[in-house]
Design a binder for this molecule. Sequence first.
Ligand code: FAD
Length: 325
Amino acid sequence: MSEVLVLVDHVDGEIKKVTFELLTAARQIGEPSAVVVGSPGTAAKLKESLAAYGAAKVYVAESDDATGYLVTPKVDVLAALVEKAAPAAVLVAATADGKEIAGRLAARTGSGLLVDAIGIENTAGSGDGAVVVAVQSIFGGAFVVKSKSNKGTPIVSVRPGGLEAEQAQGAAAEEAVDVPAADAAKSARITGQEPIVGGDRPELTEASVVVSGGRGVGSAEQFEVVEKLADAFGAAVGASRAAVDSGYYPPQFQVGQTGKTVSPQLYVALGISGAIQHRAGMQTSKTIVAVNKDAEAPIFEIADFGVVGDLFAVAPQLTEEVGKR
Ligand code: FAD
C-alpha cells in the first residue's frame, strides 16, 4: 500500500486535532506515516494518539534546531522524506504555517500543490498507484470542486475542521530521521513567543464548543456577553467578519470564508445574520444554535435550534443555565 506522509501539527508536544483529521484523510489514499518534527522527546508523548488514528509509522525528526526556526526544519525534513520514501502524497494542515510549509515543499520538490482540501479521494481504488484527488470548497461553500496534480508528489494542505477524524489502530513503528542543520543566515529564527488574547480558552479550530458574536453584539465592550457564555461552556470565542471589521474582536478569531473553518460539536451564533461567507466556515458544525432578533435571518435556515430575540436578554440566561450544570 502506498505511504502517505502526514506532518504532525503540535505545540510543545500537545497534538492538534487537525492531525487526526489528516491521518483519517491519509487513510483514503494509503498507509499514513506521521512525521513529528520537534524538540527531543516530543514523539514519545504523541506516539500513542498517532497510533490511535492509524499511523503505521512515525518518523521522528527531533533536534533543538527543529523548534528554534519557523518553517524551514519541517520543509527540510519533509523534502528529504519525499525523496527517500516516494510517498503517494504529503498532507499538511492548512494553517498559516502549514500553508507556507506546503508551498515551499512543492517548490522544493517540483511537485503540484493542492490547497485547502476538505476531503481526499483516491480515484485509483485500493492498492498501489494511488491517484490523489483533493476535494475543495470554493466561492464561500457554494461549489465543491476536485483537483489533482500532474507533477511529482501531490502536496496537499487540508483545512482544519474540514473533515471528520475517525479512529483506526496503527502500529506507529518509529523511524528516526535527521533534521538538517538550519542555515541561520537564511532561516527565520524564533526569538520569543507570547500568548495573545484568548487566555485559557481553547483554540478556535480545536474547540468542541464555539460561541461567536456578530455585528449584532454592537461594540467591543459588549463582546463580554459572548465571552461569558463561551466561558460557561469552556468554549472558544469566534466572530463574524463584520464584528472583526467593526473592531469588536481581533481578526484571528474570524470564522468564515476568509477566516477560520470550525466544525465543533456545538456552534452558538449570537447576532450573526448567516451570510454565505460566514456559513462557509461553520456550517459543518454538528449542532448550530442561533440567537437573532430578526426571524428572517438566513442563519435560521441552517440552525438546529433558534431563538428569535435580543441576544442581550437571551445570552445571559443561557450563561446562567449552563453555569448551573
Ligand atoms: P450582519 O449581516 O450585519 O448581521 C447582524 C445580525 O445581528 C442581523 O441579522 C441582526 O438581525 C442581528 N442583531 C442585531 N442586533 C441584535 C440583537 N440585539 N440581538 C440579536 N440579534 C441582533 N463574513 C464572515 O463572517 N466571515 C468571513 O470569513 C467572511 N468572508 C467574506 C469574504 C468576502 C469575499 C466577502 C465579500 C464577504 C465576507 N464576509 C465574511 C462578510 C459577509 O458577507 C457578511 O457581511 C458578514 O458575515 C456579516 O456579519 P454579521 O452577520 O455579523 O453582520
